[in-house]
Design a protein around this ligand. Structure first.
Ligand code: ADP
Ligand code: MG
Length: 233
């Protein structure tokens, strides 16, 4: 699914330059559940943003599902990203004046889907994340865990091949974090490829493979026995 070779990224600030990614080599196969772990500032979000085509590397190559990303023009890249990738963020990024259902339906609107079909599909994804009864509620009427479930339903709505989650449990207490990771595991069990960025070892342990990032380099890449959340933790 993902093939990156010798990826480098620096941020330029005036006459200074900060070398954040220093030659990353990394492959992800279809169906994997991978965590990218590292301390704050290690370059996790930078890497995930490049993988998510939200940012570009300075050098190196990136092939997503067989397509070299550098060759795409901006318009095609955007279409490719919307079709191929679903994003989940620490801060949920829900639209505050739209209810749960409309938040989930929004990507389908941008795909040009008709309203009836859109609502039906969005509702099925809300059901999937256990929030059918909350469809008419605004984000500020939902708990943190519920908000993240809505965001996950929204990410799934366009049926992306891969989900990219940047600290999806960063704003949640530990019980809720396990519940959200449990949902992510279920979605992966159905065959969807998922990348989770986290600085928490407990969260990484719930994935199948941990890639350790330090000072802009991968220092360890280990397959692990996935920890499963217990019922009623
Ligand atoms: P992480 O997600 O692991 O905390 P980031 O990828 O966000 O790390 O950041 C890596 C380093 O790059 C940090 O030192 C951060 O301050 C810096 N950085 C991130 N984004 C930018 C930016 N847009 N401009 C300048 N520096 C940045
Ligand atoms: Mg980050």
């Amino acid at each position: 699914m993902i093939e990156i070779k010798d990826l480098h990224k620096s941020y330029k600030m005036g006459s200074n330059s900060l070398h954040v990614l220093k030659g990353i080599n990394f492959n992800v196969a279809e169906g994997e559940l991978v965590s990218i772990m590292g301390s704050s500032g290690s370059g996790k979000s930078t890497l995930l943003n490049i993988l998510g085509m939200l940012d570009e590397a300075d050098s190196g190559s990136y092939t997503l599902d067989g397509v070299p990303i550098k060759d795409l023009n901006e318009k095609i890249a955007a279409r490719y990203r919307n079709k191929f990738l679903g994003f989940i963020f620490q801060s949920f990024n829900l639209i505050s004046y739209k209810n749960a259902l409309d938040n989930v339906a929004l990507p389908l609107y941008y795909q040009g889907m008709k309203r009836g079909e859109r609502i039906e599909k969005a509702m099925s994804y809300l059901e999937k994340v256990g929030l059918a009864d909350w469809a008419g509620h605004l984000p500020n009427e939902l708990s943190g865990g519920q908000k993240q479930r809505v965001a996950i339903a929204r990410a799934l709505a366009s049926d992306p091949k891969m989900l990219l989650a940047d600290e999806p449990t960063g704003a949640l207490d530990s019980k809720t974090s396990y519940e959200v990771m449990n949902l992510i595991q279920e979605i992966n069990d159905e065959g969807r490829t998922i990348l989770v960025v986290t600085h928490e070892p407990d969260i990484a342990a719930m994935t199948k493979r941990i890639v350790n990032l330090k000072d802009g380099k991968i220092i360890q890449d280990t397959r692990v026995n996935q920890v499963r959340a217990l019922e009623n933790v």
